[in-house]
Ligand binder design. Structure first.
Ligand code: ZN
Length: 73
C-alpha cells in the first residue's frame, strides 16, 4: 500500500520523497535496537530473510544500519 502510494505519479514527487525520508527516520535499525538492548544481534534482518529464503548460510551478515539498507537492502 505504501509502495503504491510512493509510485503514484499523481502525487507530487516532493511529497513522496518527504514521506520516504520520514519513514527512514522513524524506522529503528537492528544496530540501534541492539545498542539499547532490544535485539540480540545487529545483523541485517532483511538479508537474513533473503538468505534463508534462498537456503544460503546466514553467517557474517552485514550490520543493519540505515546506510546498509539504503545501499543494498
Ligand atoms: Zn541487509
Amino acid at each position: 500500500m505504501l509502495g503504491q502510494y510512493l509510485s503514484d505519479n499523481k502525487i507530487p514527487w516532493k511529497r513522496r520523497r518527504c514521506l520516504g525520508m520520514a519513514m527512514t527516520g522513524m524506522m529503528s535499525t537492528a544496530s540501534f535496537l541492539t545498542k539499547i538492548g532490544k535485539l540480540q544481534s545487529a545483523e541485517c534482518r532483511l538479508c537474513r530473510i533473503a538468505l534463508e529464503a534462498r537456503g544460503e548460510s546466514t553467517d557474517g551478515l552485514a550490520a543493519e544500519t540505515h546506510g546498509h539498507i539504503d545501499s543494498a537492502g
